[in-house]
Write a protein that binds this ligand. Structure first.
Ligand code: IMO
Ligand code: MG
Length: 406
């Protein structure tokens, strides 16, 4: 029996999708415990590429039961679209394969609209995440169980009415066409209905029976509502604590995998001490194809920030590092990583020698240039956690194992 958790150690987009997919082949269950359709997990399997936002990455491998836990916020419209997308790609999707928690909160068109009205300065994904969690916390949210008990429409109309008044009287902006929104939502809610179940019991039964369970984090630790760069964060607990509240089951995670991109990226606004505004940053963006999977926005790029990572490791207790996108660092004369901040809060860098060799697709350590190995070894020493896995490209086979996962 093993319980795995995979979390982004930076600002999201660390490459969680690939690892989740790799692990999923061995899993009986994959659980998402926070966030919603703001996530953008890219899974590449053979020649097929899948971009998922809401449904756990385990759906692609076909074996695992996929749970959208109570800590998530679910947009029925996007859920239905994602089901259609997967069916079109011949992935098996049915209520035995995907479960939505009764206690998860619903993201409605009102939330998506209010996200645009209220959160422009944060640079959110516009998926209604903040307003949906806001309603949850102020106890005015709509849980998925309201679809089953028949109160959903009444709750939605009340929510829409309150938001309309707020828009008209406080923000002095027009409101969305609520009749159209209601119709669209009601249609997709009907499609979501068979998937809604008591996820706590289902996860608990699986954990008790000794099955392999993987908890799939979305976003990254530095976007955590408590531990991230507030207020430039997402609205959920993206770190390890969120996995317990967001699934409702105590799990003793034996493999706590931190996904670390070999450099840093960030989408949206907020502090980013190692950000590069020059052609080096531009090159990282190009090498790493750093454009958002959810919004298509160019990602901000910069050097690795070990000081930030150190904090992320305190929060999550990682005992295994999976490093991604090392191949995107080929061809730089030198590479830097922040190892501290000075009194003004500016990063203090350590400079490493670069390497010109192509490492994309490498499958053994021997294939890595020595400068590349030195960079990885330094990270491992600094964080005092083994780099167990190094991803060297988008394909499943593009991986070096330094330490087995199973
Ligand atoms: P994955 O799972 C990167 C960022 C947004 C914005 C802030 C708040 O692909 O790693 P929100 O819509 O969540 O209220 O936006 O968080 N953000 C992400 N950045 N990857 C993500 O997910 C993100 N999800 C949200 O850009 O700055
Ligand atoms: Mg993403």
């Amino acid at each position: 029996m093993s319980n795995y958790i995979v979390l982004g150690a930076q600002w999201g987009d660390e490459g969680k999708g690939k690892i989740v997919d790799m692990l999923s082949a061995e899993m009986d269950m994959v659980v998402r415990f926070q966030g919603g359709a703001n996530a953008g997990h890219t899974v590449i399997c053979g020649d097929e590429k899948y971009v998922l936002h809401l449904i756990p990455g385990g759906i692609v491998s076909g074996k695992a039961v996929n749970v959208i836990g109570n800590g998530c916020v679910v947009d029925p419209v996007i859920f239905s679209e994602e089901v259609d997308y997967l069916l079109k790609k011949n992935v098996v999707v049915n209520p035995d394969k995907i479960i939505i928690s009764l206690q998860a909160h619903m993201v409605t068109p009102v939330h998506k609209y209010m996200d645009k009205v209220l959160n422009k300065h944060i640079g959110t994904t516009g998926r209604g995440i903040g307003p949906a969690y806001g309603d949850k916390i102020t106890r005015t949210g709509i849980r998925m169980e309201s679809v089953l008990d028949g109160t959903f429409l009444e709750r939605f109309c009340k929510q829409a009415d309150n938001a309309r008044i707020l828009c008209e009287r406080v923000y002095q902006t027009e409101f969305l066409d609520i009749k159209q929104a209601e119709q669209e939502l009601a249609e997709s809610v009907e499609r979501v209905r068979p998937f809604i179940k008591d996820s706590v019991e289902i996860i608990s039964a699986m954990v008790k029976s000794g099955g392999n369970v993987l908890f799939e984090g979305a976003q990254g630790t530095l976007l955590d509502i408590d531990h991230g760069t507030y207020p430039f964060v997402t609205s959920s607990s993206t770190s390890i604590g969120g996995a317990l509240t967001g699934s409702g089951v105590f799990v003793d995670f034996n493999k706590r995998i931190g996904i670390v991109k070999a450099y840093t990226t960030r989408v949206g606004e907020g502090p980013f001490p190692t950000e590069l505004f020059d052609e080096t940053g531009e090159r990282l963006r190009k090498n790493g194809n750093e454009f958002g999977a959810t919004t298509g926005r160019p990602r901000r790029c910069g050097w690795l920030d070990l000081k930030q990572l150190q904090r992320s490791f305190i929060i999550n207790g990682f005992n295994y590092i999976s490093m991604s996108k090392i191949s995107c660092l080929s061809g730089f004369d030198y590479i830097k990583a922040a190892v501290d901040y000075d009194v003004q809060g500016k990063p203090v860098y350590k400079t490493f020698g670069g390497w010109s060799e192509e490492v994309e697709g490498a499958t053994s350590l021997e294939q890595l240039p020595s400068a590349c190995k030195e960079y990885i070894d330094f990270i491992e020493d600094y964080l005092n956690v083994p780099v167990g896995m190094i991803s060297t490209g988008p394909d499943r086979e593009h991986i070096i194992f330094k330490q087995p996962l199973f």
